[in-house]
Design a protein around this ligand. Structure first.
Ligand code: HCA
Ligand code: CU
Length: 429
């Protein structure tokens, strides 16, 4: 340990230099306080610290998930929940059905803190529907890649441009705030993409969405495309959204990387539901922004589990148990070595406390529990948790050959009892 110390200090010093900082005593004293401290240094967390906004599209993209359709009461409740959670924008499509139009109208009337964005096709009659709903924000979308132009819209690039600009002018003439979505941007020829973005920028369109509609991008690719657009428009006039699909599981990484390239808003849905495999999940995105990207949002993270549960109840899509943060196993601890640490200090294996995201911590007992887990089990049963007893219980649990036998919540009262009364202290390996 002693031997490695000088290297260690040298190493952190280099990282500091990378971050353009000098080592100072005050920072050094934080080492022991925050177990995530060095991770934040590797992440270079201080460098790009900017507020990244969230648009939640559970009511639009989410309803495009196979089998999902909310009732109007549910749509209104979801909008309220999202608003109290603290998202910046809530997207809904008023053109799907008369019910959707009604829901959009009612949600807009609620006077929520979040902007309500009416998502429609780039067609004047669709914009009229948004206007009829009293929308102040309208998002229009148009596929601009060659494959979308040829196979879906059957129009030329020139025709697409005329259509998009006419609609943009129409929206602006009604004094609405708007976003234009360059659908399938990630497969669009850069010159055409930039041409369209510049035109929208010149028209004072408030936001442009750069979607990776098919989930083909690498994080670096998403960074590149957003950076390219950002460098070619006046970003102070038009901000950029990223909407990344999860076909290969890269959606959230791609979206975050797009923000490093210059976007300032990520699209999410609760539990990530959407077309095919959906888009980034609200819970993962919000925690990544708050904890890892140090974005200064006003999220009520403790509502995350409830949001997830509500959507799962309404959609009948079960929350996968290993779903980050909100899944049932996200805070379960099992292996003996893990339990030994968790029972002394849960931050040994948790980067954010379960109660902060509305979840609960559980201990799994069985053949992997070891001495510490066994001592804990004995102590909560009011039995003698001496080293000998703990060892023989651990042996017994192994010999049962039944794998896991029970799970218990490690609630706060019990945690205090263990930590204060030192049940596990006596059973050091
Ligand atoms: C769609 C396409 C879209 C639009 C995204 C956006 C996509 O399903 O209508 O408006 O930002 O993935 O490109 O969801
Ligand atoms: Cu989408």
């Amino acid at each position: 340990m002693y031997l490695y110390a000088p290297n260690f200090i040298f190493f952190t010093y280099n990282i500091y230099k990378l971050n353009d900082k000098s080592v100072n005593v005050q920072r050094m004293s934080l080492y022991s306080d925050d177990p995530n401290y060095f991770a934040h240094i590797y992440n270079d967390s201080e460098r790009d610290k900017k507020r990244i906004k969230l648009l939640d599209s559970t009511l639009r993209e989410g309803e495009q998930h196979p089998g999902v359709s909310f009732s109007n009461k549910q749509r209104i409740q979801i909008a309220w929940m999202l608003d109290s959670f603290g998202v910046d924008q809530i997207e809904i499509s008023p053109i799907v059905s008369l019910d959707h139009r009604e829901a959009t109208k009612i949600i807009i009337k609620q006077g929520l803190r979040a902007d309500i964005v009416a998502h429609v096709r780039a067609i004047k009659s669709d914009v009229d529907v948004a206007i009829d709903c009293n929308a102040t924000w309208v998002a229009t979308y148009l596929g601009i890649s060659d494959i979308h132009l040829k196979s879906k819209l059957r129009i030329s690039r020139e025709e697409a441009k005329i259509r998009a600009l006419e609609v943009a002018d129409y929206i602006k003439s009604h004094g609405l705030k708007s976003r234009f979505t360059m659908e399938d941007a990630s497969r669009t020829e850069p010159e055409f993409l930039l041409d369209m973005c510049r035109e929208m920028n010149n028209r004072g369109i408030e936001r442009i969405s750069i979607p990776d509609t098919v989930g083909i991008m690498r994080p670096r690719g998403m960074y590149n495309i957003v950076k390219l657009v950002c460098n070619n428009i006046d970003n102070s006039k038009t901000s950029l959204d990223v909407h990344c699909h999860n076909d290969v599981g890269l959606a959230l990484s791609n979206a975050l990387s797009g923000c490093e390239g210059g976007a300032d808003q990520i699209h999410t849905t609760i539990d990530g539901i959407g077309e095919r495999t959906g888009i980034p999940a609200l819970a993962e995105t919000a925690v990544a922004l708050n904890l890892i990207y140090k974005s200064n949002n006003d999220f009520r993270l403790h509502l995350l589990k409830d949001l997830s549960k509500t959507i799962s109840d309404y959609t009948s899509i079960p929350i996968h148990e290993s779903k980050p943060l909100v899944g049932d196993s996200s805070y379960k601890h099992k292996a003996g070595t893990h339990l030994a640490a968790i029972l002394r200090n849960p931050s040994a294996y948790e980067i954010i406390e379960p109660k902060q995201v509305g979840n609960r911590r559980k201990i799994v007992f069985g053949e992997l529990s070891g001495k510490n887990g066994s001592a804990y089990l004995l102590s909560i049963l009011g039995l003698d948790s001496s080293k000998e007893n703990a060892e023989s219980l651990a042996k017994g649990l192994k010999e049962l050959r039944m794998g896991d036998i029970l799970e218990l919540y490690l609630d706060e009262k019990l945690e205090r009892k263990i930590l204060n009364e030192g049940y596990v202290k006596t059973n050091k390996d």
